[in-house]
Ligand binder design. Structure first.
Ligand code: PEP
Ligand code: MG
Length: 880
């Protein structure tokens, strides 16, 4: 077996696509060398050695030593120096390199091969004794801390002492003799700490460092990181051994880390830092202030590399271009300049912000480096969320109060209020408020809308607060169980800290964090690049994207973000406005059909004008309207005065009202008298809604001269009969309205598939349905037998312990819920091969779930307005 791969000096055993075997660093070093870039020669010990090592009781493969010796000899020949030679020593660096870069592992040892003899050779060869002793002390320090595990403070103490006794302020003022003394003290300290002498034989040093890299693959920090990022332990790490080049050999030497474009904005400018006369770790250590690369980026008092080292900089600019053309992506590189000659030590695709990712993708497509489909693939749909909402300034200081679920992205800051009414009142006076509730209910909608952000202590990712906040584009942290909200006292308390109503807090809905006070924010900029990329995405996607929206504002937002219709208008959200809630309550509390009809009569004009507005905004695009779904008690007042008002309007007494309210309460309302069960038992409700829809549709068809095709959707159907009955009600009203007006519109009647029974009998249900829309919120709840409002209490634990890979209310459970969706789609289309299929649960805005919808052959996804761009991009990627 080949365990060792050489690179540089004209022999490259590896290439970029061998990262599984050589790790990212090793593969790219070989690739850079093979395209003619200046890479110091070296070799990579493969990840298979790591696997072998752990499979065989921490033993190396027997052939390894000979292969490494041979590779080392090749480096010696290329460089013209010998490892361990006292007159002309070869020094090497040893670095880890897994498939993906992985913090927590041993990183780097530089200057390996130095000892009391070779340091003399280095001094003579370089003609610089101070450089030689400085390199030696760096080596003992790095090897001592990363390989031998000696606390790095103990090294710092010795340096401080040395500076103190020689009267120096900066490290740079220490002389060769000072460093020589430091080396001796280091070695003594290390020997004492580890109970044996510091290894001076270069071969021992080399194998010690290689062993430390492999050993660090299984250290607790690396294990934790792997678990958090789904990296299997079996991947292993590679080790790279490479001839040293020195950035610390004088003022014509330097070292730097940079990006081929600006990783925070994506701007096409050389971005990064370098230091003259320094070694790699100095740039990150923060002892000296690194300087910018490009002159353009230099602030007063700074000296860019472009100015200080024009030749090396010019060469680096050429390398930058070569690398981008070769890898067709933004690169993150490390380099060293030794005596004005440039060497490349690393390249990899650079990490970037969402904004940079978008700009780089669009720019590169326009520069012709990649094509448009590639640009579409490059941007992570989830990252668009960040671009549509304000975010916290990453540099701003902050003090965490608590952490809940990241229920709706964006940052919000405002004074704490504990009720929807107060939120409205204070917002009307121009105050920024954050609405803090144990949980929210539909009657809080206006207050939620008035608030900048919403914080709840109970409920999961599909709780009322989460769903509504996402729909409105309000940042929301839900289920923050670590705080206690006391409405009576007007306080939030968490671990001894107390925040009172009227005090300011800040939420980060993308992370779930809540902070004390105001944290500065950055406003989003929707640049032209955003529209450009969206346009490219639209060209390749098959799935249509609609929005879940009921208010004119939501509908407007949805259209602005490119929604192709409304996939779910939850009519119950229209029941709460102040001008109609009274009639709604009157309807609910009536004991007779006649009483209910009288109240519904008053509701009709409100509903009709809501639909008129919605149809007008959507201008001929499809609009799916769901008839009433929630259990009726959700609309009941909580306060006696309000109940008394309803009593008065009905000519009843308060006691009767209280009894009626108690009758309506249910042990498990999610599985109770709701959805089409309401329509079946109180047909007059759906009749009123259907009438409002048809009258509105006729009005807008006449106004615009264009057809309006309402799609009426029946919720929570489990049996074909339920759909037949409710559909007949709708058809009857349609006939009446059309006859009365002497005009008609086309319309569809479909159903939500949100109960397992509906999915399993979808072939029968399809006989009466013009379309299906998967209500995957309820379908998840009913498939798992898991209440969406209570899941927050233990689901995070399930995810943490890997019992579930993800929160199934966020990302569709393909295995279980997905199987039901597939069954229903197949059965439905067996009955009607053109049956229109959509999804309107929260999953409709989740990229992984959208991928599933593409495979399952759905026609459209429907999601919160603010997620429409995410869905458009995810749908495009799913189609590619
Ligand atoms: C669903 O259940 O997925 C759905 C869209 O309806 P709601 O969230 O209103 O129950
Ligand atoms: Mg539902």
């Amino acid at each position: 077996t080949k365990w060792v791969y050489g690179f540089g000096a004209g022999r490259n055993d590896g290439k970029a696509d061998m990262r599984n075997l050589l790790g990212g660093k090793g593969a790219n070093l070989a690739e850079m060398a093979s395209i003619g870039l200046p890479v110091p020669p070296g070799f990579t010990v493969t990840t298979e050695v790591c696997t072998y090592y752990y499979d065989n009781g921490r033993q190396y493969p027997p052939e390894l030593k000979a292969q490494a010796d041979e590779a080392l000899a090749r480096i010696e020949e290329a460089v013209g120096a010998k490892f361990g030679d006292a007159t002309n020593p070869l020094l090497v660096s040893v670095r880890s390199g897994a498939r993906v870069s992985m913090p927590g592992m041993m990183d780097t040892v530089l200057n390996l091969g130095l000892n009391d003899d070779t340091v003399q050779g280095l001094a003579k060869r370089s003609g610089d004794e101070r450089f030689a002793w400085d390199s030696y002390r760096r080596f003992v320090q790095m090897y001592g801390s990363v390989v031998l595990g000696v606390d790095h403070h103990r090294f710092e103490e010795i340096i401080e002492e040395a500076k103190h006794s020689s009267g120096a302020v900066e490290d740079t003022e220490l002389t060769a003799a000072d460093w020589q003394k430091v080396v001796a003290e280091y070695k003594a300290m290390v020997a004492q700490a580890i109970g044996k002498p510091f290894p001076l034989d270069p071969q021992d040093q080399l194998w010690g460092a290689i062993g430390a890299v492999f050993g660090s693959w299984m250290n607790p920090r690396a294990n934790t990181y792997r678990r958090l990022h789904d990296i299997p332990a079996s991947w292993g790490t590679a080790v790279n051994v490479q001839a040293m080049v020195f950035g610390n050999m004088g003022n014509d030497c330097a070292t730097g880390v940079c990006f081929t474009r600006d990783p925070s904005t994506g701007e096409n400018i050389f971005y990064g830092e370098y230091l003259i006369n320094a070694q790699g770790e100095d740039v990150v250590a923060g002892i000296r202030t690194p300087q910018p690369m490009a002159k353009e980026k230099a602030k007063p008092g700074e000296r860019s590399m472009e100015e200080a080292m024009p030749e090396a900089y010019a060469e680096l600019c050429k390398v930058r271009e070569t690398l981008e053309r070769h890898y067709t992506d933004m690169q993150d590189i490390e380099f060293t300049v030794q005596s004005n000659k440039l060497y490349m030590l690393q390249t990899r695709n650079g990490k970037r912000t969402a904004a940079a990712s978008l700009k780089v993708a669009v720019d590169m497509a326009e520069e012709g480096l990649i094509d448009r489909t590639e640009a579409v693939k490059r941007v992570s749909p989830g990252s668009l969320d960040q671009l549509l909402h304000p975010t916290l300034d990453p540099k701003a200081p902050r003090k965490v109060l608590t952490k809940g679920l990241p229920a709706s992205p964006g940052a919000a800051c405002g004074v704490v209020v504990f009720s929807a009414e107060e939120a409205e009142a204070r917002a009307n006076k121009g105050e920024a408020v954050v609405l803090v509730r144990i949980e929210t209910s539909p009657e809080d909608i206006a207050g939620m809308h008035a608030a900048k952000g919403i914080l709840t202590t109970r409920g999961g990712m599909t709780s009322h607060a989460a769903v509504v906040a996402r729909g409105m584009g309000r940042p929301c942290v839900a289920g923050a169980g670590g705080i206690v909200v006391d409405y009576a006292a007007g306080t939030i308390s968490a671990g001894g800290q107390v925040v009172r109503g009227g005090e300011t807090i800040t939420l980060d809905g993308a992370t779930g964090e809540v902070f004390l006070g105001a944290v500065p924010m950055i406003e989003p900029k929707l640049s032209g690049d955003f529209a450009t990329l969206m346009g490219w995405a639209d060209e390749v996607r098959r799935l249509k994207v609609r929005a879940n929206a009921e208010t004119p504002l939501d509908a407007d937002t949805a259209r602005k973000f490119g929604a192709e219709g409304i996939g779910l208008c939850r009519t119950e959200h229209m029941f709460f406005d102040a001008d109609r809630i009274g009639s709604v309550r009157q309807m609910i509390m009536s004991e007779t059909e006649g009483g209910r009809r009288a109240a519904l009569e008053k509701l009709l004009p409100f509903q009709r004008s809501d639909f008129v507005e919605l149809f007008r905004i959507m201008a001929g695009l499809p609009v799916t309207i769901r008839l009433l779904d929630p259990p009726l008690h959700e609309f009941l007042p909580h306060k006696d005065e309000e109940l008394a008002e309803v009593a008065e309007s009905l000519g009843a007494d308060l006691a009767t009202m209280k009894r009626r309210a108690a009758d309506l309460s249910e042990a498990n309302p999610m599985l109770g008298h709701r959805g089409c069960r309401l329509g079946v038992t109180f047909p007059e409700i759906y009749e009123m809604q259907a009438r409002a829809i048809f009258e509105a549709a006729l009005e807008i068809a006449e106004e615009t001269g264009k057809p309006v095709v309402p799609e009426i959707m029946i919720p929570l159907v489990g049996m074909k009969k339920e759909l037949e009955i409710t559909r007949a009600q709708v058809d009857k009203v349609a006939k009446e309205v059309f006859e009365a007006k002497g005009k008609s519109v086309e319309y569809l009647v479909g159903t939500m598939i949100e109960l397992p029974r509906a999915a399993l009998t979808a072939d029968r249900i399809a006989e009466s349905a013009d379309f299906f829309s998967f209500g995957t919120n309820d379908l998840t709840q009913t498939t798992f037998g898991l209440s969406r409002d209570d899941a927050g209490k233990f689901l995070p634990y399930y995810v943490e312990k890997d019992i579930l890979p993800k929160d199934p209310f966020v990302s569709l459970d393909v295995e279980g819920v997905g199987a039901l969706v597939e069954i229903a789609a197949e059965k439905g289309r067996k009955t009607k091969d053109k049956l229109k299929l959509g999804i309107c649960g929260e999953h409709g805005g989740d990229p992984a779930s959208i991928q599933f919808c593409e495979t399952a052959g759905l026609d459209y996804v429907s999601c919160s307005p603010y997620r429409v761009p995410v869905a458009r991009l995810a749908a495009a990627q799913a189609a590619l």
